[in-house]
Design a protein around this ligand. Structure first.
Ligand code: SF4
Length: 92
């Protein structure tokens, strides 16, 4: 399922749970996770929010979000209202 995976790094404590749950994540040398597709952020202050759109791996994205002890991973999908307007629904 096409979805958006969001990583808000400011609260990441480097527990590694997301790296185990999903191949979209990796751990930076400074001990904070990042989204592989985005690469290691230039700043390691943890303030950066990373986002990617994925066509697959919806379950593992949700597993990563559910396993994060600081709730800094979020998953959302696009839906259409009855009037045909697109809106984003936050899953986790
Ligand atoms: S699960 Fe959360 S706290 Fe743990 S490394 Fe991943 S983003 Fe950081």
């Amino acid at each position: 399922m096409r979805h958006k995976l969001i990583l808000d790094r400011k609260n990441c404590i480097g527990c590694n749970a997301c790296v185990v749950a999903s191949k979209s994540f990796d751990m930076s040398p400074m001990g904070k996770s990042y989204l592989k597709e985005r690469g290691i952020p230039k700043s390691e202050t943890g303030e950066e929010v990373q986002e990617i759109f994925l066509e697959e791996d919806f379950e593992s994205s949700c597993s990563a979000a559910e396993s994060c002890p600081t709730s800094c991973i979020h998953v959302s999908v696009k839906k259409k209202s009855k009037k045909g307007e697109e809106f984003e629904e936050k899953i986790i």
